[in-house]
Design a protein around this ligand. Sequence first.
Ligand code: F6P
Length: 255
Amino acid sequence: PIVKELFGLSDLEDEVREAFGLKRVIVVPGDSDESDHVKAELGRAGGRVLRESLSSGDVVAVMGGSTMAQMAKQFSALSQMKENWFVPARGGLGESVDYQANTIASELAKRAGARYRMLHVPDHLSEEAYQTIMQEPNVREVVDMIRGARIVVHGIGDAVTMARRRKLVDGTIDELVKDGALAEAFGYYFDRHGRVVHRMATAGLRLDDIEAAEMVIGIAGGKSKGEAIASVMRFGHDDVLVTDEAAAREALRHI
Ligand code: F6P
């Protein structure tokens, strides 16, 4: 807290909280775009919030990405969370192994002494193959668990950056841009009003599950993500935002 007052970050946190109607906002000093150290701090702060939010028996659904990976890597529990479950929020979303939600869920569970389940749904499935996979009892069971998660933790990305990272074809990227997509979170693309303009076809959490979850925590930083963060906050179902100073200031420019 003393450090925050020194940097004037408590005021910034209040401003962001009020602007987007959030319950809690944590801002770490600096810009993750410029420094890996800031990104690590962002991950650490996210982990702290998650730990404070957890009660025994909770199921936590987590997304992938490098920010979530930073959080997982540094997560520490005060005691073994034997009654908790970590599950990936969505199936295959075209991320490399280190950044997959499955990897992050298992890492968190190991560090927490908790349990985890995996969801193996490949990318680019045909509708038919998807329907078949969804009938597997094992997959169904995990999907039901994911959809009933009390806590959801997710990253946020710039729409075009994420579309490229997932190797969407140029035509789809052009369409996203034409539809005004600015942000991506949990496999959905959002415009500046927080409206969904596109979604990735995969299993797991759906928008109504996010609306139903008791606690949704977004973790994202870096000036380049400011506008994307504002879009997802406008979607309006996050309770907590963990971000950095540069992203917070940029997001406020887009309210
Ligand atoms: O693909 C998973 C995901 O959480 C996306 O929903 C989000 O846009 C992205 O990763 C964020 O990734 P990073 O933290 O690497 O910017």
